[in-house]
Design a protein. Structure first.
Length: 145
């Protein structure tokens, strides 16, 4: 696994990966969330977008904003091929090893936080199964079990 800062040549890859990764949220909200509609050019220029590559394929990306007293995770997106392998976490750890320091905060809507809150109440493997099985996630993003 290698981590590298994104370049302007990566814009299409970033857009495709982000759109696919956030598709469940787009369907849930009835509109694409901010990471899908974001113009990544300024973020690339600021060095905020990092790509995680495995065997020549883009496995995921992490977008980290540097603030004066903290870092903020703007987006983590993982390719469908690499889902369920802990790639989101691995991308963050890879980024931190290459670049980061300091406390980290995540952004996201209340519904996204609610959905990700499932992971705090279940084992990680159970969480992955529940998110992958759309029948177990209600229209409001809450677990139906």
């Amino acid at each position: 696994m290698t981590m590298r800062p994104a370049s302007p040549d990566d814009l299409e890859t970033i857009a495709t990966l982000t759109s696919a990764a956030y598709r469940p949220y787009s369907e849930l909200f009835g509109a694409p969330p901010m990471p899908v509609t974001e113009d990544y050019t300024p973020r690339i220029e600021r060095g905020e977008v990092w790509l995680c590559e495995i065997g020549g394929q883009t496995a995921g990306l992490v977008v980290v904003e540097q603030h004066s007293n903290h870092l903020m995770l703007f987006s983590i997106a993982v390719s469908r091929v690499f889902r369920g392998l802990g790639m989101g976490w691995r991308c963050c750890v890879g980024w931190k090893a290459r670049r980061g320091n300091g406390p980290c905060r995540r952004s996201g809507s209340t519904r996204m936080r609610g959905w990700s809150g499932i992971s705090r109440s279940t084992a990680p493997s159970d969480f992955r199964k529940r998110v992958a099985d759309q029948a177990l996630i209600g229209q409001d993003g809450r677990s139906s079990t």
